[in-house]
Design a protein around this ligand. Sequence first.
Ligand SMILES: *Cc1c(COP(=O)(O)O)cnc(C)c1O
Length: 394
Amino acid sequence: MSSSTELIHSIPVDPLTGSISVPIYQTSTFVQDAPGVNKGYDYARSGNPTRQALEDIIAKLEKGTTGIAFGSGLAAIDAVLKLLKTGDHIVAVDDIYGGAFRLFTQIYEKFGITVTYADSTNAVNVFNAITPATKLIWIETPTNPTLKITDIHAISKIAKANDCLLCVDNTFASPALQQPILWGADLVVHSATKYIGGHSDLIAGLIVTKNEELGAKVKFIQNASGAILSPFDSWLAIRGIETLHLRVKQHCINAQAVAEYLQSHPAVDQVFYPGLKSHPNHHIAKQQAKGFGGIVSFTLKDDSIEAATAFVTSTSLFKLAESLGGIKSLLCHPAQMTHKSIPSERRRLGGVADSLVRLSVGLEEVEDLISDLQQAFEKPGLSSVTAKHKLATA
Ligand SMILES: *Cc1c(COP(=O)(O)O)cnc(C)c1O
């Protein structure tokens, strides 16, 4: 059976009523027949049937045993960190999601958990960063926003040999393209706010574990800390998942065309997209994923904050907003938006140049998207900045 058929039919029909849509169990508690005797649920922080349906679907999609749904992607990341204790060490991908960087450095470092950032595109860098205290390796692939690709299987071998957990933030690829547990990851994390929700109408996070033992630990942490996803938001996430495969397929087609267009534009310096043959780890992306995703980043020849600002305020179909993965195209300027919390020096070291623009290529007709980018390159704002820059550097 194809994965999309399997997915659509893994969404359960309600056993009580036959409702084909998963019911929203908007309740805080469940009546018990006798103390401790119940129908599988007692209090809705510990479990809710709507949330459980989502958790079962994502576990199946990611080829793990246990799914756990959180109030945001960061709440999910936070729960993984709570598997650690004071004195433990993390090796993390260097251009990590800005919010994860902030959580690691500004919350967990004060509890004595240390982090070394490494360019995980070369597994040797991860190996070299491991210490006897390392308990967790944290990667994203593709990364945000420079679309670096890490070989999940190679990193999982290092994790196993050093007795530490490997967690993959699979937000950019989604399980429609990549299933890290099949390549040896112990945990997968999602911001379901992005492709899984898919319609820019939801904040949610998910964790999938490769075995039940780890799943029980994460579930314990969630119940003890309380960062659950609401029944209605669980329902929205399920509704998003119903079209995940179809949406992601089209996101990939559109993004490939946009990346090729950008590569040919004279104002563009570099294009970052794993689907381009020029991408340094194109072959690994091809090996471990079924497609290259919907995110494309690029830098301008005029590598300035001003030029990027002029560009991102000149598009009309691409809306200027944080976030990604929805049906509507978005663009953002990481240096001033998503990556503002990362000090500029470290941001540039991680490959996020001043002029880097990130596109979340949506599901509009791709010719319309390319015309929108074309007219933005031609807007007087950008050309005058470019002209001034040329004069200044002449
Ligand atoms: C958005 C995002 C997160 C954080 O998720 P929220 O749902 O916003 O809390 C984590 N990782 C990546 C890669 C993201 O893009």
